[in-house]
Write a protein that binds this ligand. Structure first.
Ligand code: PLP
Length: 429
Protein backbone atom coordinates (compact mmCIF):
# COMPACT_ATOMS: atom_id res chain seq x y z
CA UNK A 1 0.00 0.00 0.00
CA UNK A 2 1.18 3.43 -0.90
CA UNK A 3 2.13 5.50 2.06
CA UNK A 4 0.26 8.77 2.39
CA UNK A 5 2.65 11.66 1.92
CA UNK A 6 2.41 14.37 4.43
CA UNK A 7 2.48 17.67 2.60
CA UNK A 8 2.18 19.67 5.75
CA UNK A 9 4.81 22.32 6.13
CA UNK A 10 6.37 22.74 9.51
CA UNK A 11 8.18 25.59 11.16
CA UNK A 12 11.41 23.78 10.35
CA UNK A 13 10.73 23.55 6.61
CA UNK A 14 9.32 27.00 5.95
CA UNK A 15 11.74 29.87 5.54
CA UNK A 16 10.31 33.01 7.02
CA UNK A 17 10.54 36.31 5.24
CA UNK A 18 10.87 38.85 7.99
CA UNK A 19 14.47 38.07 8.78
CA UNK A 20 16.22 38.27 5.46
CA UNK A 21 18.76 40.91 6.25
CA UNK A 22 21.85 40.51 8.41
CA UNK A 23 20.06 38.76 11.28
CA UNK A 24 21.83 35.41 10.99
CA UNK A 25 25.19 37.04 10.34
CA UNK A 26 25.00 39.24 13.43
CA UNK A 27 23.57 36.47 15.55
CA UNK A 28 26.44 34.22 14.54
CA UNK A 29 28.93 36.93 15.50
CA UNK A 30 27.39 37.10 18.95
CA UNK A 31 27.38 33.34 19.41
CA UNK A 32 30.90 33.02 18.04
CA UNK A 33 32.03 35.51 20.65
CA UNK A 34 30.76 33.15 23.39
CA UNK A 35 28.82 36.21 24.58
CA UNK A 36 32.09 37.77 25.65
CA UNK A 37 31.70 40.99 23.67
CA UNK A 38 30.99 43.82 26.01
CA UNK A 39 27.84 45.85 25.73
CA UNK A 40 29.55 48.95 24.40
CA UNK A 41 31.42 47.31 21.57
CA UNK A 42 28.95 44.51 20.91
CA UNK A 43 25.55 44.47 19.30
CA UNK A 44 23.89 46.41 22.10
CA UNK A 45 26.18 49.38 21.57
CA UNK A 46 25.71 49.18 17.79
CA UNK A 47 21.96 48.94 18.07
CA UNK A 48 21.77 51.94 20.38
CA UNK A 49 24.13 54.11 18.33
CA UNK A 50 22.38 53.30 15.05
CA UNK A 51 18.91 53.75 16.50
CA UNK A 52 19.88 57.13 17.94
CA UNK A 53 21.35 58.13 14.58
CA UNK A 54 18.31 57.05 12.58
CA UNK A 55 16.01 59.00 14.89
CA UNK A 56 18.32 61.98 15.16
CA UNK A 57 18.51 61.89 18.96
CA UNK A 58 21.51 61.91 21.25
CA UNK A 59 20.73 58.81 23.26
CA UNK A 60 19.06 55.46 22.70
CA UNK A 61 18.81 52.97 25.56
CA UNK A 62 17.86 49.40 24.78
CA UNK A 63 15.56 47.34 26.96
CA UNK A 64 13.88 43.96 27.12
CA UNK A 65 10.39 45.20 26.18
CA UNK A 66 8.25 48.18 25.29
CA UNK A 67 6.57 47.81 28.68
CA UNK A 68 9.84 47.98 30.60
CA UNK A 69 10.77 51.12 28.67
CA UNK A 70 7.61 52.88 29.88
CA UNK A 71 8.49 51.93 33.44
CA UNK A 72 12.07 53.16 32.99
CA UNK A 73 10.91 56.51 31.60
CA UNK A 74 8.42 57.16 34.40
CA UNK A 75 11.04 56.22 36.98
CA UNK A 76 13.51 58.64 35.40
CA UNK A 77 10.89 61.42 35.54
CA UNK A 78 10.72 60.85 39.29
CA UNK A 79 7.07 59.74 39.22
CA UNK A 80 6.01 58.21 42.53
CA UNK A 81 3.20 57.73 45.06
CA UNK A 82 0.72 60.59 45.04
CA UNK A 83 1.59 61.66 41.49
CA UNK A 84 -0.80 61.48 38.58
CA UNK A 85 0.10 60.51 35.04
CA UNK A 86 -2.29 61.25 32.21
CA UNK A 87 -2.70 58.41 29.74
CA UNK A 88 -5.28 57.74 27.02
CA UNK A 89 -8.06 55.35 28.07
CA UNK A 90 -7.78 53.72 24.66
CA UNK A 91 -4.46 51.94 24.64
CA UNK A 92 -2.89 48.71 25.87
CA UNK A 93 -3.14 47.98 29.57
CA UNK A 94 0.68 48.03 29.85
CA UNK A 95 0.59 51.82 29.63
CA UNK A 96 -1.50 51.81 32.80
CA UNK A 97 0.65 49.12 34.42
CA UNK A 98 3.78 51.24 34.07
CA UNK A 99 2.08 54.01 36.05
CA UNK A 100 0.90 51.49 38.65
CA UNK A 101 4.44 50.16 38.89
CA UNK A 102 5.54 53.61 40.04
CA UNK A 103 2.66 53.63 42.58
CA UNK A 104 1.21 56.65 40.84
CA UNK A 105 -2.33 57.18 39.65
CA UNK A 106 -3.31 56.74 36.01
CA UNK A 107 -5.67 59.51 34.97
CA UNK A 108 -7.48 58.62 31.80
CA UNK A 109 -7.85 61.11 28.97
CA UNK A 110 -10.37 60.69 26.21
CA UNK A 111 -9.49 60.34 22.54
CA UNK A 112 -10.31 62.23 19.39
CA UNK A 113 -13.19 60.53 17.52
CA UNK A 114 -11.46 60.86 14.16
CA UNK A 115 -7.78 60.15 14.87
CA UNK A 116 -8.53 57.78 17.80
CA UNK A 117 -5.57 59.39 19.58
CA UNK A 118 -5.38 61.21 22.92
CA UNK A 119 -7.38 64.43 22.88
CA UNK A 120 -5.26 67.44 23.96
CA UNK A 121 -8.36 69.29 25.20
CA UNK A 122 -9.16 66.43 27.55
CA UNK A 123 -5.55 66.27 28.73
CA UNK A 124 -5.87 69.88 29.79
CA UNK A 125 -9.16 69.20 31.55
CA UNK A 126 -7.61 66.33 33.52
CA UNK A 127 -4.56 68.21 34.80
CA UNK A 128 -4.47 68.72 38.58
CA UNK A 129 -1.72 69.98 40.90
CA UNK A 130 -0.66 66.32 41.25
CA UNK A 131 -0.08 65.74 37.55
CA UNK A 132 3.56 64.97 36.84
CA UNK A 133 3.60 63.54 33.34
CA UNK A 134 1.63 62.89 30.19
CA UNK A 135 2.00 59.58 28.41
CA UNK A 136 0.85 59.95 24.83
CA UNK A 137 0.43 56.88 22.66
CA UNK A 138 0.95 57.09 18.92
CA UNK A 139 -1.52 54.35 18.08
CA UNK A 140 -1.51 52.27 14.91
CA UNK A 141 1.37 54.21 13.37
CA UNK A 142 0.19 57.78 13.80
CA UNK A 143 1.69 60.57 15.88
CA UNK A 144 -0.60 62.44 18.31
CA UNK A 145 -1.17 66.19 18.14
CA UNK A 146 2.25 66.95 19.64
CA UNK A 147 2.10 70.64 18.84
CA UNK A 148 -0.77 71.19 21.27
CA UNK A 149 0.41 68.56 23.74
CA UNK A 150 3.87 70.09 24.09
CA UNK A 151 2.31 73.53 24.63
CA UNK A 152 0.14 72.13 27.43
CA UNK A 153 3.11 70.31 28.96
CA UNK A 154 5.21 73.44 28.88
CA UNK A 155 2.47 75.55 30.42
CA UNK A 156 2.00 73.10 33.31
CA UNK A 157 5.62 71.98 33.56
CA UNK A 158 4.94 68.30 32.84
CA UNK A 159 7.10 65.52 31.48
CA UNK A 160 6.02 64.00 28.15
CA UNK A 161 6.55 60.35 27.33
CA UNK A 162 5.75 59.25 23.78
CA UNK A 163 4.78 55.60 23.50
CA UNK A 164 5.86 54.70 19.97
CA UNK A 165 5.51 50.92 20.33
CA UNK A 166 3.24 51.00 17.28
CA UNK A 167 4.73 53.98 15.52
CA UNK A 168 8.13 53.83 13.88
CA UNK A 169 8.92 56.79 11.60
CA UNK A 170 5.49 58.42 11.84
CA UNK A 171 5.78 62.21 11.70
CA UNK A 172 3.72 65.20 12.78
CA UNK A 173 2.77 68.24 10.73
CA UNK A 174 6.22 69.74 11.31
CA UNK A 175 7.91 66.62 10.02
CA UNK A 176 9.13 65.61 13.47
CA UNK A 177 9.52 61.90 14.13
CA UNK A 178 7.39 60.35 16.84
CA UNK A 179 9.68 59.61 19.77
CA UNK A 180 11.79 62.73 19.30
CA UNK A 181 9.33 65.46 20.30
CA UNK A 182 8.59 64.83 23.98
CA UNK A 183 11.15 64.18 26.70
CA UNK A 184 11.37 60.46 25.96
CA UNK A 185 10.28 58.10 23.18
CA UNK A 186 9.55 54.43 23.90
CA UNK A 187 9.60 51.72 21.23
CA UNK A 188 8.81 48.00 21.22
CA UNK A 189 10.50 45.18 19.31
CA UNK A 190 7.84 42.64 20.27
CA UNK A 191 6.96 40.02 17.66
CA UNK A 192 4.13 41.87 15.92
CA UNK A 193 5.89 45.20 15.75
CA UNK A 194 7.36 46.93 12.68
CA UNK A 195 10.82 45.64 13.51
CA UNK A 196 11.29 42.85 15.98
CA UNK A 197 13.66 40.52 17.76
CA UNK A 198 10.88 38.60 19.48
CA UNK A 199 10.81 40.75 22.60
CA UNK A 200 12.68 43.98 23.18
CA UNK A 201 12.40 47.73 23.35
CA UNK A 202 14.36 50.96 23.17
CA UNK A 203 14.15 54.48 24.57
CA UNK A 204 15.10 57.72 22.85
CA UNK A 205 15.95 61.03 24.45
CA UNK A 206 18.09 64.14 24.15
CA UNK A 207 18.21 64.59 27.91
CA UNK A 208 21.43 63.22 29.37
CA UNK A 209 20.21 62.99 32.98
CA UNK A 210 17.09 61.09 31.91
CA UNK A 211 19.22 58.80 29.75
CA UNK A 212 21.47 57.88 32.67
CA UNK A 213 18.53 57.30 35.01
CA UNK A 214 16.61 55.22 32.46
CA UNK A 215 19.66 53.10 31.81
CA UNK A 216 20.41 52.59 35.48
CA UNK A 217 16.80 51.78 36.33
CA UNK A 218 16.75 49.14 33.58
CA UNK A 219 20.14 47.67 34.48
CA UNK A 220 20.10 47.18 38.24
CA UNK A 221 21.55 50.58 39.02
CA UNK A 222 25.18 49.77 38.20
CA UNK A 223 27.11 52.93 38.97
CA UNK A 224 29.32 52.84 35.90
CA UNK A 225 26.44 53.11 33.47
CA UNK A 226 26.40 56.21 31.30
CA UNK A 227 23.92 57.85 28.97
CA UNK A 228 25.52 56.22 25.92
CA UNK A 229 27.31 53.37 27.58
CA UNK A 230 25.72 50.14 28.75
CA UNK A 231 28.99 48.93 30.22
CA UNK A 232 28.64 47.67 33.78
CA UNK A 233 32.22 46.64 34.35
CA UNK A 234 34.66 49.19 32.97
CA UNK A 235 37.59 47.98 35.04
CA UNK A 236 37.46 44.19 35.70
CA UNK A 237 40.10 44.32 38.43
CA UNK A 238 38.32 47.00 40.40
CA UNK A 239 34.99 45.31 39.78
CA UNK A 240 36.20 42.13 41.43
CA UNK A 241 37.72 43.91 44.42
CA UNK A 242 35.88 42.81 47.59
CA UNK A 243 35.62 46.45 48.63
CA UNK A 244 34.07 47.56 45.36
CA UNK A 245 30.45 48.70 45.58
CA UNK A 246 28.67 48.23 42.29
CA UNK A 247 25.23 49.79 42.57
CA UNK A 248 24.48 53.42 43.26
CA UNK A 249 20.77 53.45 42.42
CA UNK A 250 17.81 51.11 42.52
CA UNK A 251 16.90 49.27 39.35
CA UNK A 252 15.41 46.22 37.68
CA UNK A 253 16.96 43.88 35.18
CA UNK A 254 15.38 45.05 31.94
CA UNK A 255 18.49 44.55 29.82
CA UNK A 256 18.15 43.27 26.29
CA UNK A 257 20.16 40.14 25.50
CA UNK A 258 23.05 40.45 23.02
CA UNK A 259 21.55 37.85 20.61
CA UNK A 260 18.28 39.78 20.51
CA UNK A 261 20.12 43.07 20.05
CA UNK A 262 21.86 41.45 17.07
CA UNK A 263 18.51 40.63 15.48
CA UNK A 264 17.09 44.07 16.29
CA UNK A 265 20.13 45.73 14.73
CA UNK A 266 19.66 43.81 11.48
CA UNK A 267 15.96 44.70 11.52
CA UNK A 268 16.78 48.35 12.09
CA UNK A 269 18.84 48.32 8.90
CA UNK A 270 15.60 47.54 7.05
CA UNK A 271 13.28 49.78 9.05
CA UNK A 272 12.60 52.11 6.14
CA UNK A 273 11.75 49.21 3.87
CA UNK A 274 9.38 47.61 6.41
CA UNK A 275 7.69 50.95 6.99
CA UNK A 276 7.24 51.75 3.31
CA UNK A 277 5.68 48.35 2.79
CA UNK A 278 3.08 49.01 5.50
CA UNK A 279 2.22 52.40 4.08
CA UNK A 280 1.89 50.91 0.60
CA UNK A 281 -0.53 48.26 1.86
CA UNK A 282 -2.56 50.78 3.87
CA UNK A 283 -3.00 52.87 0.72
CA UNK A 284 -4.43 49.82 -0.99
CA UNK A 285 -7.02 49.40 1.78
CA UNK A 286 -7.86 53.07 1.43
CA UNK A 287 -8.33 52.63 -2.31
CA UNK A 288 -10.52 49.57 -1.78
CA UNK A 289 -12.90 51.38 0.58
CA UNK A 290 -13.34 54.53 -1.52
CA UNK A 291 -16.95 55.64 -1.48
CA UNK A 292 -17.89 53.42 1.47
CA UNK A 293 -19.97 55.50 3.87
CA UNK A 294 -19.89 53.10 6.82
CA UNK A 295 -16.16 52.56 7.24
CA UNK A 296 -14.07 55.51 8.43
CA UNK A 297 -10.29 55.18 8.30
CA UNK A 298 -8.09 56.68 11.01
CA UNK A 299 -8.01 60.36 10.11
CA UNK A 300 -4.56 61.65 9.19
CA UNK A 301 -4.45 65.43 9.70
CA UNK A 302 -2.75 67.49 6.97
CA UNK A 303 1.02 67.20 6.98
CA UNK A 304 1.15 64.08 9.19
CA UNK A 305 2.44 60.73 8.01
CA UNK A 306 0.81 57.62 9.38
CA UNK A 307 3.12 54.63 9.03
CA UNK A 308 0.25 52.21 9.56
CA UNK A 309 1.44 49.54 11.94
CA UNK A 310 -2.12 48.42 11.37
CA UNK A 311 -4.86 49.84 9.18
CA UNK A 312 -7.67 50.88 11.48
CA UNK A 313 -11.23 51.82 10.62
CA UNK A 314 -14.26 52.87 12.59
CA UNK A 315 -17.01 50.44 11.66
CA UNK A 316 -20.39 52.13 11.35
CA UNK A 317 -22.10 49.25 9.59
CA UNK A 318 -24.57 48.63 12.40
CA UNK A 319 -26.13 52.06 12.39
CA UNK A 320 -25.80 52.77 8.67
CA UNK A 321 -26.64 49.48 6.94
CA UNK A 322 -27.65 47.11 9.74
CA UNK A 323 -24.54 44.90 9.62
CA UNK A 324 -22.74 43.94 12.81
CA UNK A 325 -19.00 44.13 13.48
CA UNK A 326 -18.96 40.34 13.76
CA UNK A 327 -20.83 39.78 10.48
CA UNK A 328 -18.31 41.96 8.70
CA UNK A 329 -15.37 40.20 10.35
CA UNK A 330 -16.72 36.73 9.55
CA UNK A 331 -17.43 37.55 5.92
CA UNK A 332 -13.99 39.14 5.51
CA UNK A 333 -12.36 35.95 6.81
CA UNK A 334 -14.59 33.87 4.56
CA UNK A 335 -13.47 35.90 1.55
CA UNK A 336 -9.86 35.05 2.40
CA UNK A 337 -8.78 37.94 4.64
CA UNK A 338 -6.08 36.90 7.10
CA UNK A 339 -7.11 38.70 10.29
CA UNK A 340 -9.49 41.38 11.39
CA UNK A 341 -8.94 42.35 14.98
CA UNK A 342 -10.65 44.45 17.56
CA UNK A 343 -8.55 47.00 19.39
CA UNK A 344 -7.69 46.48 23.05
CA UNK A 345 -10.28 47.18 25.72
CA UNK A 346 -9.99 50.50 27.52
CA UNK A 347 -7.41 50.24 30.29
CA UNK A 348 -9.91 50.90 33.05
CA UNK A 349 -12.19 48.12 31.81
CA UNK A 350 -9.57 45.40 32.18
CA UNK A 351 -10.36 43.13 35.15
CA UNK A 352 -6.77 43.46 36.41
CA UNK A 353 -7.22 47.21 36.84
CA UNK A 354 -10.75 46.97 38.21
CA UNK A 355 -9.59 44.41 40.76
CA UNK A 356 -6.63 46.53 41.77
CA UNK A 357 -8.76 49.62 42.25
CA UNK A 358 -11.51 47.82 44.10
CA UNK A 359 -9.49 45.56 46.37
CA UNK A 360 -5.84 46.60 46.18
CA UNK A 361 -5.01 43.08 45.10
CA UNK A 362 -2.69 42.07 42.28
CA UNK A 363 -4.11 38.56 42.06
CA UNK A 364 -7.68 37.34 42.23
CA UNK A 365 -6.79 34.19 44.15
CA UNK A 366 -4.79 35.56 47.09
CA UNK A 367 -5.83 38.11 49.66
CA UNK A 368 -2.55 40.02 49.93
CA UNK A 369 -3.02 43.70 49.15
CA UNK A 370 0.17 44.24 47.18
CA UNK A 371 -1.43 47.15 45.35
CA UNK A 372 -3.00 48.70 48.43
CA UNK A 373 -2.10 52.21 47.29
CA UNK A 374 -4.17 51.78 44.18
CA UNK A 375 -7.32 51.18 46.12
CA UNK A 376 -7.50 54.84 46.82
CA UNK A 377 -6.62 55.60 43.21
CA UNK A 378 -10.07 54.52 42.06
CA UNK A 379 -10.38 55.30 38.41
CA UNK A 380 -12.83 58.04 37.69
CA UNK A 381 -13.15 57.51 34.01
CA UNK A 382 -14.89 60.04 31.91
CA UNK A 383 -13.94 59.02 28.43
CA UNK A 384 -17.19 58.84 26.47
CA UNK A 385 -15.56 59.01 23.05
CA UNK A 386 -13.18 56.14 23.79
CA UNK A 387 -16.09 54.14 25.18
CA UNK A 388 -18.22 54.71 22.12
CA UNK A 389 -15.58 54.02 19.46
CA UNK A 390 -13.68 51.11 21.03
CA UNK A 391 -16.34 48.50 20.18
CA UNK A 392 -16.49 49.77 16.60
CA UNK A 393 -12.81 49.85 15.74
CA UNK A 394 -11.34 47.24 13.43
CA UNK A 395 -7.67 46.57 12.79
CA UNK A 396 -6.42 45.09 9.55
CA UNK A 397 -2.92 43.77 9.03
CA UNK A 398 -0.35 45.61 6.94
CA UNK A 399 2.43 43.05 7.25
CA UNK A 400 1.95 41.14 4.00
CA UNK A 401 5.38 40.73 2.48
CA UNK A 402 4.43 39.61 -1.00
CA UNK A 403 2.26 41.27 -3.63
CA UNK A 404 0.23 38.09 -3.90
CA UNK A 405 -0.66 38.07 -0.21
CA UNK A 406 -1.44 41.77 -0.34
CA UNK A 407 -3.72 41.24 -3.34
CA UNK A 408 -5.63 38.46 -1.52
CA UNK A 409 -6.07 40.66 1.52
CA UNK A 410 -7.24 43.72 -0.38
CA UNK A 411 -9.56 41.68 -2.60
CA UNK A 412 -11.17 40.16 0.51
CA UNK A 413 -11.63 43.62 2.00
CA UNK A 414 -13.17 45.01 -1.17
CA UNK A 415 -15.41 42.00 -1.68
CA UNK A 416 -16.72 42.23 1.89
CA UNK A 417 -17.61 45.89 1.47
CA UNK A 418 -19.30 45.23 -1.87
CA UNK A 419 -21.15 42.22 -0.46
CA UNK A 420 -22.74 44.22 2.35
CA UNK A 421 -23.37 47.28 0.19
CA UNK A 422 -25.23 45.09 -2.30
CA UNK A 423 -27.18 43.37 0.44
CA UNK A 424 -28.18 46.63 1.97
CA UNK A 425 -29.29 48.17 -1.36
CA UNK A 426 -31.33 45.04 -2.15
CA UNK A 427 -32.93 45.30 1.25
CA UNK A 428 -33.90 48.92 0.61
CA UNK A 429 -35.68 48.05 -2.66
C1 PLP B 1 0.92 51.01 22.42
C2 PLP B 1 1.76 49.95 23.07
N1 PLP B 1 2.47 50.26 24.16
C3 PLP B 1 3.26 49.37 24.78
C4 PLP B 1 3.35 48.09 24.30
C5 PLP B 1 4.21 47.14 25.06
O1 PLP B 1 5.26 46.64 24.32
P1 PLP B 1 5.90 45.21 24.69
O2 PLP B 1 4.94 44.17 24.19
O3 PLP B 1 7.19 45.21 23.96
O4 PLP B 1 6.08 45.14 26.16
C6 PLP B 1 2.65 47.71 23.15
C7 PLP B 1 2.75 46.39 22.53
O5 PLP B 1 2.49 45.36 22.92
C8 PLP B 1 1.80 48.66 22.53
O6 PLP B 1 1.09 48.34 21.45
Amino acid sequence: MKKKTNNKTTAATVRGRRFRGNELKYLKQVLDSDLKTNSRRGMIGDLERKFAKRFGVQYAISSNSGTSTLHQALAAFGVGPGDEVIVPALTVVMCGYAIVQMHAKPVYADVDPRTFLIDPADIERKITPKTKAIMVVHLYGQVCDMERIMKIAKKHDLWVLEDCAECFLGTDSRGRLGGTIGDVGSFSFEGTKVITCGEGGILTTNNKELAVRMRKFGALGFKTLQASDAQEMSNPLAFQDPKYLRHDSFGYNYRIAQPLAAIALAQLERLDWFTKKRVYIARKYLGAMKGCSWLKPQYVPPGYTNTYWTFVVLFEGKEKIGVSWYEFRDMFLEFGGDKCRSVFALIYNEPSMINLNKTGRYFMDIDDKQGALHKKYLADPKCPVAESIQPKLMQFTTNQLSDRETAVQIAAFKKTIQYFDKKSSEHKK
